[in-house]
Design a protein around this ligand. Structure first.
Ligand code: T5A
Length: 209
């Protein structure tokens, strides 16, 4: 089963990924966790280029191609082999991030974004996608609360950019049946409970054990 997590920066994805991994491991399941961009030697190098705030001259066309290049390597080198081996693969961001950030945020035409996304993943589509939805104010609040650490190139974006990104996620949540919207202002434990309930239901429906 391929499970993806999506949302604005600081929405709580990594927190939930970690809780879910522990839960599935305790259930005796084999789990592989990845994050995007990154997850292979090549993809991590591309991540460094994408997030380096010194690269402020990066064009949006370059940006979408780099995110997609990182992903195409990850899918073929890691995701597909682990799925074929019967693992639960959990990914912290996947191609829906490109639709939200580059399609809506950067205003790259959606038909093109969809084509490049599908080219990059070669038909590898998550069974379920958790969109942890928080208002932009909450993302800003958590950004400020973060202990130290500089902002990366994307985190330095203006509020108007994040408004468009959130709009993109809401569009996807309407369009894609696999999307589950979760209120990211709920308590961490409550969100975790919702996630494991949704996964258990999906396992029963699809016969995955
Ligand atoms: N990007 C990525 C694109 O533009 N296009 C793409 O195609 C892709 C794949 C990646 C950046 O690249 C962009 C999006 C991103 O800007 P990243 O460093 O991987 O950068 O950053 P993120 O994926 O955004 O991950 P973050 O670590 O910033 O955020 P998370 O994982 O969503 O949040 P998390 O779990 O670290 O939590 C943040 C804080 O909130 C608290 C946590 O304790 C932590 O302090 N928290 C809560 N507080 C209150 N209530 C809750 N329910 C909470 N849950 C967590």
């Amino acid at each position: 089963m391929l499970i993806s997590f999506e949302g604005l920066d600081f929405c709580g994805k990594s927190t939930q990924v970690e809780l879910l991994v522990n839960y599935l491991n305790n259930c005796g399941k084999r789990v592989k966790v990845i994050r995007e961009p990154g997850g292979t030697v090549i993809s991590e190098k591309i991540r460094d280029i994408l997030l380096d705030k010194k690269n402020d001259k990066m064009h949006i066309e370059t940006e979408i191609l780099l995110f997609s290049a990182s992903r195409s390597q990850l899918v073929r080198e890691v995701i597909q082999p682990y799925l074929n081996d019967g693992y639960y693969v959990i990914t912290d961001r996947f191609y829906d991030s490109t639709t939200a950030y580059q399609g809506f945020g950067r205003q790259i035409p959606l038909d093109f974004v969809e084509k490049i996304n599908m080219f990059a993943v070669g038909g590898t589509i998550p069974q379920i996608t958790f969109f942890i939805d928080i208002p932009i104010e909450e993302s800003d609040k958590r950004k400020k609360l973060r202990n130290g650490g500089e902002l990366d190139r994307i985190e330095m974006s203006q509020r108007s950019f994040y408004e468009k990104v959130r709009e993109g996620y809401l569009y996807l949540a309407e369009k894609e049946k696999r999307f589950r919207i979760i209120d990211g202002l709920k308590h961490i434990d409550e969100i975790h409970e919702i996630i494991i309930k949704d996964i258990s239901e999906l396992e029963m429906k699809t016969g995955v054990k």
